[in-house]
Write a protein that binds this ligand. Structure first.
Ligand code: FES
Length: 178
């Protein structure tokens, strides 16, 4: 089983989850809907272990099944996410058009010490200040736009290193202003 992050639920968390379970009861895809909304509500956009256990208990779903759902769908996170998320495609089309160089530039600029190969194994890493999460995906399904990079859910096609650096600088400045 993939490692999960622990974070005890508050009374307000439990109340929210109880309401969610009731509102989704009997709907097709109820479990997915509950998980999605629970993650959306968390300020760090992830699902702690206790949240998964609580949802499993309240929906009478085996925890192993809840876990298999959150590990199957790339949209679910089991670790706290950074304030900004940058996702680089490592599919074949993007790879042949330079996605590896983009990933290396990104990691260098954000101060990661892992190689891009190590990053590929992890698929998700956070900067220590919590400002950035870097992820990789197998394919965005937009191969004609390769290389594709997603910055805070905005998709950029034909990305190059200059544009990526400009986006990073922009996000850095945005954060500095806050
Ligand atoms: S390979 Fe990158 S979008 Fe398909």
């Amino acid at each position: 089983m993939k490692t999960m992050t622990s974070e005890p639920l508050t009374g307000a968390d439990q109340e929210f989850l109880d309401g969610l379970v009731v509102s989704q009861r009997g709907r097709p895809g109820a479990l997915l809907g509950i998980l999605e909304k629970a993650q959306e509500r968390h300020p760090r956009k992830y699902l702690p272990r206790e949240t998964l256990e609580y949802i499993a208990a309240r929906t009478d779903t085996p925890l192993a099944r809840v876990h298999s759902v959150v590990t199957f769908y790339a949209l679910f996170n089991l670790e706290p996410q950074g304030q900004n998320t940058i996702c680089i495609c490592r599919g074949t089309a993007c790879h042949t058009r330079g996605s590896r160089g983009l990933l290396e530039t990104l990691m260098f600029k954000l101060g990661f010490h892992d190689s891009s190969e190590e990053m590929a194994d992890k698929t998700s890493m956070n900067t220590s200040d919590g400002k950035f999460t870097v992820r990789t995906v197998a394919c965005f399904g937009q191969c004609a736009l390769a290389p594709v990079v997603e910055v805070n859910h905005a998709v950029y096609g034909h990305m190059n290193e200059q544009t990526l650096e400009r986006e990073l600088d922009h996000l850095g400045r945005e954060k500095a202003k806050q």
